[in-house]
Design a protein around this ligand. Structure first.
Ligand code: VGL
Ligand code: ZN
Length: 247
């Protein structure tokens, strides 16, 4: 034991200065004014509202790295309600295929069985709807991460798909940069932003969710997201509470 501990000491790097990364989640046309326009969802929030505070943060805070994620689905993606006829809904599903409406959750046949919320067709690869909003500032040297590319598995978190079968390159990139802190915001608060923040906390990053730079689908789910993030030691702030460190 003593031997192990001593040899470990020489290998571990203790980081005394935070390395802060900004993760902008899915600020794409379809969520703002396209097919999955969140202003038409229950919470009736406007996705465009996130663009200005995100740009202001990018202008005023020097993050060590900036990442933009993109929901990036193939045309036959499992989450699109119009692809439902091409898949088998399991008999245990609370909503049967013939009754399923947009935003309902069904259970698809396995293996393994999978709960899936059904969305309108959105963020199809290389379409206008999948582009980042034209007014969003994209900083030089930023890294873009695509997710949701497997037709059979949805992917809300920017780290993992919903089945935790495959991961994106995000965590490898964060490790390569010795990232300690991650600032998460974007669309949708209660879907991809929340899932990404929770995975970041699970992995062990100090995680800050920026409330006014995020908009969501359902007010109850947004509230649940905030509670879960805080219960897991995440921090929720407004963008005016994020200040650059004085050297
Ligand atoms: C998202 C619903 C479906 C998101 C992605 O980016 O929050 N929401 N696909
Ligand atoms: Zn999607």
């Amino acid at each position: 034991m003593t031997e192990d501990f001593r040899s470990q000491k020489t290998e571990i790097t203790v980081i005394v200065r935070p390395v802060s990364v900004f993760l902008v989640v899915d600020v794409q046309n379809d969520f703002i004014s396209g097919t999955l326009n969140i202003s038409q969802c229950a919470a009736q929030q406007n996705g465009l509202d996130v663009v200005e505070p995100i740009n202001r943060l990018l202008d005023t805070v020097e993050f060590d790295a900036v990442f933009y994620s993109l929901d990036w689905h193939p045309s036959d993606h499992v989450s699109f309600i119009d692809n439902l006829p091409y898949r088998k809904v399991h008999e245990s599903s609370p909503i049967k295929a013939e009754d399923a409406k947009t935003y309902d959750t069904v259970i698809f046949e396995g293996p393994p069985q999978m709960k899936q919320r059904l969305w309108p067709r959105h963020c199809v690869q290389d379409s206008w709807g999948a582009e980042l909003h034209k007014d969003l500032k994209v900083v030089e040297g930023a890294i873009k991460i695509c997710k949701g590319t497997n037709p059979e598995v949805d992917s809300y978190s920017v780290f993992w798909d919903n089945k935790k079968l495959t991961r994106t390159t995000l965590n490898d990139e964060l490790r390569a940069k010795n990232a300690t802190d991650i600032y998460v915001c974007g669309l949708a608060y209660d879907v991809c932003v929340g899932a990404s923040a929770l995975d970041a906390l699970t992995i062990g990053y100090r995680t800050v969710l920026i409330d006014d730079c995020s908009r969501g689908v359902d007010l109850n789910d947004i509230e649940k997201t905030k509670q879960t993030v805080m219960t897991n030691s995440g921090v929720i702030v407004n963008s005016n509470q994020v200040k650059a460190m004085v050297e």
